[in-house]
Design a protein around this ligand. Structure first.
Ligand SMILES: O=P(O)(O)OC[C@H]1O[C@H](O[C@H]2O[C@H](CO)[C@@H](O)[C@H](O)[C@H]2O)[C@H](O)[C@@H](O)[C@@H]1O
Length: 443
């Protein structure tokens, strides 16, 4: 019973800490082999500032059995729809040990009180007073991508940049109502310019349709539902290797000859069912909002009084108890329920690089800009493969796998514009940076 208490109480605390400086995940170890790298993210100069030491454990997963290590998707046939679980090969799933179902409110009273105390005004003031110093020292480890622009440009010299962008908190500012998270026209035109010079993909937690509608640019590739719904370029090797890839010559989001990759396709009915249940069950909680992102469901508590965070957590826990093939992840004041498959934004980055024919190439520099926990999977993939750079958008210190940082979407826009200007100049000067302008599909 003790374990149950710990597990469930930690939910409320995690929810409280989501946007504070204390992230619940650890930064990874830099291995000796990384340290010896002469160039790239783990060059001596970068390592000096990164000073990363703790062992990485994924933000959410506590994996007790080996997961499918293949970078390939999971074949649809292996994932039949079975709301109460199924007799599927455990190796195809992320196995998260489940605790006994129980009521959060019975076991969390003490932790809840502690959490309330810790957010009382005097404590907050102390944090605020020390915030500037903490941020400055964090910036030594994760320097501003704007201040480090020359360094980044040098790293990108004679390389093709592949740009990956998150949406909420990166291209659009965080607002109370997810339906009002609009991108400015200036940002839209910046992203459009970026896509002219570099192959560019959006990787969002939102549904692909929604994020595509919000951005409204057809010259990008889109991955929705944290990478579980990718509309990418046709890469022959990719579509042969990934059974969940549907090659399409029909017009999808204004594109022809694209690949639709949906590794969790079989979960759609389950997700719809979960969405309806969560809408019903959170009806009485003022400010709660549930979104259906096709392959995952978001339960927002940004506008919910702290007193009702526990009932929100309970609603999500009830879902997990009923659907053992789903798991929860965290975002900024949001709990997310998603299929327990070995797929995330990091896998989506690898998939897109492969589709673009840019994988495992020394002359390619992927850059990923994101602000949230789910973006860490992508930062990690770039970092561990010594492939490219993650840029975390944050105005507070956070543990991260990203190398650089930017404060907010305004800085993101300045950085992207600087990249475009640099690229233009390089091309005009005949520098041979390597990106084919206006036709990224041929890259
Ligand atoms: O991967 P992303 O594109 O960053 O999407 C992550 C989540 O973004 C949205 O929620 C967040 O932004 C909202 C609008 O600013 C904000 O109100 C909310 O508190 C944030 O969590 C989106 O609504 C979620 O479904 C996405 O998972």
């Amino acid at each position: 019973m003790e374990k149950v208490e710990f597990c469930k109480c930690s939910w409320v605390n995690e929810m409280k800490e989501k946007e504070s400086n204390k992230q619940s995940y650890k930064i990874p170890t830099v291995h000796e082999s990384d340290r010896s790298a002469k160039s790239g993210p783990y060059s001596a100069s970068n390592l000096a500032r990164m000073d990363i030491e703790s062992n990485h454990s994924s933000p959410v997963l506590t994996d007790s059995t080996p997961i499918n290590k293949s970078r390939l998707g999971i074949h649809s046939n292996l994932l039949p729809y079975a709301p109460s679980g199924g007799s599927l090969s455990p190796s195809k799933y992320i196995n998260i040990p489940r605790k006994k179902p129980g009521k959060l409110d019975e076991v969390c009273a003490n932790a809840w009180l502690d959490a309330m105390k810790s957010s009382s005004p005097p404590r907050k003031k102390l944090i605020k007073d020390g915030a500037d110093t903490a941020y400055s020292s964090w910036m030594l480890k994760h320097p501003s991508a704007l201040n480090s622009f020359e360094e980044i440009a040098n790293l990108a010299k004679n390389k093709k940049i592949a740009m990956f962008l998150d949406y909420d908190g990166t291209l659009s500012p965080i607002v109370d109502d997810p339906d009002n998270a609009l991108m400015s026209d200036d940002m839209r035109s910046t992203v459009s310019k970026v896509a002219k010079y570099f192959p560019t993909a959006i990787i969002s937690g939102r549904s692909r349709d929604k994020v595509c509608e919000l951005i409204g640019l057809t010259e990008l590739y889109y991955a929705g539902s944290h990478g579980m719904d990718i509309l990418g370029p046709i890469g022959k090797a990719v579509s042969n290797d990934h059974p969940n890839c549907t090659e399409s010559t029909t017009d999808l989001q204004g594109k022809e000859d694209v690949n639709l990759f949906q590794p969790a396709r079989e979960f759609i009915p389950m997700i719809n069912e979960v969405f309806r249940t969560l809408v019903d069950n959170t009806k009485g909680i003022k400010g709660a909002k549930v979104e259906n992102h096709k392959f995952c469901v978001s339960v927002h508590f940004r506008n919910v009084d702290e007193k009702s965070w526990q009932p929100i957590a309970q609603c999500v826990q009830d879902i997990l108890d009923k659907y053992p093939r789903l798991r929860k992840t965290h975002g900024r004041k949001v709990l997310e329920v998603r299929p327990m498959i070995d797929w995330n934004k990091g896998k989506a980055v690898e998939f897109l690089l492969e589709s673009l024919g840019l994988n495992n190439r020394d002359d390619v520099l992927p850059i990923y800009i994101g602000d949230d926990m789910s973006d860490e999977d992508a930062f990690k993939v770039l970092r561990e493969g010594n492939r490219g750079y993650g840029i975390l958008v944050s105005s507070r210190p956070k543990e991260t796998n990203a190398v650089y940082s930017l404060k907010d979407p305004t800085e993101v826009m300045r950085f992207l514009n600087s990249l475009v200007t640099w690229k233009k100049l390089e091309e005009e000067g005949g520098g041979g940076g390597g990106c084919i302008v206006n036709n990224r599909r041929t890259i």
